[in-house]
Unconditional design. Structure first.
Length: 125
């Protein structure tokens, strides 16, 4: 692996999709999700298959341009939430039909366990 120096050009803006680490499909907003959760840079690098230098460059960029990046990040979170709500409504009827299907033959125990986990998840929300 080449020992490349990380520069401000390590972060690029792609059309209307936002800021990304050069040469990857990893956005700064992916990094922010981990950073907000207080994960260390080494963990972030391992989870996203990045070098620690790439993660450090992203974190430095976020820190330097905090107001701009935070504003874009909030916009992306809002848009993602709206898209999720839209598709939940679009698929509501289908999901209701699927929920009423019987357990596959021979997999009744696994089906019951899955249904219990789903119910538990709904209660915790």
């Amino acid at each position: 692996m080449l020992n490349q120096q990380i520069t401000p050009s390590s972060i690029i803006e792609r059309n209307e999709t936002g800021l990304f680490i050069t040469g990857t499909r990893i956005s700064l907003y992916d990094i922010m999700d981990f950073a907000i959760a207080k994960y260390p840079a080494k963990f972030i690098a391992n989870m996203l298959n990045l070098s620690q230098e790439q993660v450090q460059a992203a974190l430095e960029y976020i820190d330097t341009h905090q107001a701009e990046v935070e504003s874009e990040y909030q916009s992306i979170l809002t848009e993602a939430s709206e898209l999720q709500a839209y598709w939940q409504e679009q698929n509501r009827e289908l999901n209701e039909r699927v929920a009423k299907l019987p357990a596959p033959v021979g997999q009744e125990a696994a089906w019951q366990k899955l249904q219990a986990q789903k119910a538990k998840k709904l209660v915790s929300k």
